[in-house]
Design a protein around this ligand. Structure first.
Ligand code: NAD
Length: 272
């Protein structure tokens, strides 16, 4: 099997996700929510999975009303394989298929190496790396069964290329997500499942706001403050929709011949 040649399609046909169903982990807020919104705007039915039930449920209801698509929420812990399997099953059973899976749930605490506990290390690797593996495995199983190919998008980071003080666990997890993306692309290509990753620079999300708060509360300098990004080639940090538009491109037929790569959404950070 090979991916189809879609060059005869119009631009609006290529970007359309009508008739497709997408799961977005960590979809209750931040980058995941923005991705869910753009996919829904393009016509996809969406299922948001998150540990945050109230925010997630409210987000799904807003999306359904705004974009006139089916939008559901399910509570999920991406570190738990039963929970992830149930999320994938729900997509197939209630949305009719599973075509797009976004492994977005992730955490980025700041922990200095010398004080880092085993539990702090494991938690970051569990959510960011094991969660991505579990999500990709369940998504691939359902997509292969559905026999219509699919797209898996993993959230890496510029930290998947660069080191960072206080971020040994996070940096390791995001480097690994890039490697995982390449391997999955090779294994799943024969099923017409494309696997891509995104590497954002700093994006202003609720998670980043919480990190800034905890860093300044502990007396650390506010390295993620408003001036972050001014030195970057494109002059600013990102907002969630900066990443969501690239995710939409990857999920759509516009990116039909792309798999295995990590797309930087970084204002040029990685060129420096
Ligand atoms: N914001 C940035 O600057 C930035 C930069 C590069 C990469 N990223 C990556 O983008 C992704 C999203 O980041 P964000 O800034 O939007 O974060 P956020 O904290 O604002 O949102 C993350 C969401 O994931 C959910 N989540 C966390 N653990 C979970 C679990 N075990 N199971 C299910 N859901 C869980 C949270 O409840 C939350 O709703 C992460 O993978 C992060 O590493 C973020």
């Amino acid at each position: 099997m090979a991916v189809p040649d879609v060059s005869g399609k119009t631009l609006s046909e290529l970007i359309s996700l009508r008739g497709r169903a997408a799961v977005i982990t960590g979809g209750a807020r931040g980058i995941g929510l923005a991705i869910a919104e753009r996919l829904a705007e393009a016509g996809a039915a969406v299922l948001l999975g998150d540990v945050r039930a109230e925010e997630g449920q409210a987000a799904a209801e807003r999306i359904a009303a705004r974009y006139q698509v089916r939008a559901l929420f399910a509570q999920v812990d991406v570190t738990d394989s039963d929970s992830v399997r149930a999320l994938a099953q729900k997509a197939v059973q209630e949305l009719g298929s599973l075509d797009i899976w976004v492994n977005n749930a992730g955490i980025y605490p700041s922990d200095a190496l010398l004080e880092m506990s085993d539990e702090q290390w494991d938690r970051v690797l569990d959510i960011n790396l094991r969660g991505t593996f579990l999500g990709a495995r369940e998504a691939a199983r359902c997509m292969i069964q559905g026999q219509r190919g699919g797209v898996i998008i993993n959230l890496a980071s510029t930290a998947g290329y660069q080191g960072g003080a206080g971020l040994a666990h996070y940096v390791s997890s995001k480097h690994a997500v890039r490697g995982l993306t390449k391997s999955l692309a090779i294994e799943l290509g024969p099923y017409n499942i494309r696997v891509l990753a995104l590497a954002p620079t700093l994006i202003r999300t609720p998670g980043i706001a919480e990190l800034r708060q905890s860093m300044t509360a502990s007396g650390a300098p506010d390295a993620l403050g408003e001036s972050f990004g001014e030195h970057l080639p494109l002059g600013r940090a990102g907002v969630p929709d900066d990443v969501a538009r690239v995710a939409l491109f990857c999920a759509s037929d516009l990116a039909m011949l792309m798999t295995g790569s990590t797309l930087a959404v970084d204002a040029g950070a990685l060129t420096m």
